[in-house]
Design a protein around this ligand. Structure first.
Ligand SMILES: Nc1ncnc2c1ncn2[C@@H]1O[C@H](COP(=O)(O)OP(=O)(O)OP(=O)(O)O)[C@@H](O)[C@H]1O
Ligand SMILES: [Mg+2]
Ligand SMILES: [Zn+2]
Length: 340
């Protein structure tokens, strides 16, 4: 290996990813390539489909994205991709939390981790490029700068669907730094990275008594609150919870059913209304795919508990099992209903 050459390649690659421009320039990009402003579920679907899909002898779909790492679960994978396909079209399933359920060691974590790594790579490609308002703690979609009043016209003229409002930090930044001139706001290309806490989040339940909701939704920054005088000043708030971090991408919720209810209800609000309730602020818009998983025992205990009915209705279950060994089969992709 020629180290000098490889380092130069690496720098060139980083350079390629470091686009910066005004909101007006970004808007030109979106007009030319609307999928760069796609919502999270559509992005995941684009990512999977970008690798190609074929049909095997048994007539099942084989997704190249998964085919080297995970075997014998074609049907669940088909259901999973169908979920993303429907959610990408903003059908009702988008508002439900995806729950992978299956036997211990059955590949649930593997699937989620493939999707997370896949999103990191895809965001570095041209077709999967992601752009954000520079300085936004939630790296939000720049199209949020467009006022509600103009959105219908934008949709009519360019076919661009815009969902969500500026976060409190950006709203203040647009006033303070740009004097309200949205068109001048600086936009930058971002790369998803779990390590850098951009676009990929993970939440692991721990002791419910000590685990704080701020792990999900961020918290007041006690070191700056004196400076800004109020808890409702966005500059005194850290939008650094896992849900904030995962905006635009995916958030893994490990062993979801082990979690305390207060966390689950926060998740429901997010998946149903694309909103996070944070501190002293009004709801904050967020757009992300929640990938949760659980094993069969936890799941059975959960569905047998009457208290969980409301939650059950709001999830989409994909049963991850090997059809060859589990003749029990896979239920079609559907929300669990009260009768189950
Ligand atoms: N269908 C599969 N194809 C290929 N490898 C698999 C499959 N299922 C599981 N494995 C392998 O088995 C190991 C355990 O899988 P994984 O951790 O994804 O299971 P899990 O469903 O998350 O289990 P747990 O309930 O214990 O969390 C991994 O190394 C994974 O690569
Ligand atoms: Mg696991
Ligand atoms: Zn913002």
């Amino acid at each position: 290996m020629d180290l000098k050459e490889r380092l130069a390649q690496f720098r060139a690659e980083e350079q390629r990813l470091s686009w910066e421009g005004t909101f007006l320039e970004y808007f030109e990009k979106v007009k030319a390539q609307p999928q760069i402003a796609g919502l999270a579920h559509a992005r995941v679907h684009d990512m999977i489909m970008s690798q190609g899909v074929s049909t095997d002898e048994a007539g099942r779909k084989v997704f190249d994205f998964f085919k080297h790492d995970i075997f014998g679960v074609e049907k669940p994978l088909e259901q999973l991709v169908e979920y993303f396909n429907s959610a990408a079209k903003r059908l009702e399933v988008r508002k439900r939390i995806l729950l992978l359920m299956g036997p211990v060691g059955g590949g649930k974590s593997t699937i989620v981790s493939l999707l997370k790594r896949g999103m990191e790579q895809f965001s570095r490609s041209e077709e999967g490029a992601v752009y954000a308002i520079k300085g936004c703690p939630m790296h939000e979609e720049p199209l949020h700068l467009i006022p509600d009043e103009l959105r219908a016209d934008i949709y009519r003229e360019f076919g661009l669907y815009i969902e969500g409002d500026l976060c409190p930090a950006c709203r203040q930044m647009v006033q303070d730094q740009y004097g309200g001139r949205m068109e001048d706001v600086i936009v930058q290309r971002i790369a998803f990275s779990e390590k850098n806490r951009v676009g990929i989040g993970t939440f692991t339940p721990s002791d419910p008594k000590s685990q704080d909701i701020s792990e999900l939704t961020g918290s007041v920054d006690l070191s700056t609150i004196g400076q800004y005088g109020s808890e409702s000043d966005p500059r005194a708030y850290r939008f650094d919870g896992e849900l904030n971090v995962a905006n635009r991408g995916v958030m893994e919720f490990i062993e979801m059913l082990k979690c305390d209810e207060k966390f689950l209800y926060g998740l429901l609000t997010l998946s149903q209304e694309q909103n996070i309730k944070t501190g002293r602020f009004a709801m904050i818009y967020a757009d992300e795919v929640i990938l949760s998983h659980t094993n069969e025992n936890e799941f059975n205990a959960f569905i047998n508990n009457k208290k969980n009915e409301a939650l059950k209705d709001r999830m989409i279950l994909v049963r991850v099992t090997d059809l060859q060994t589990k003749a029990a089969g896979v239920r079609p992709l559907q929300p669990f209903t009260r009768s189950q």
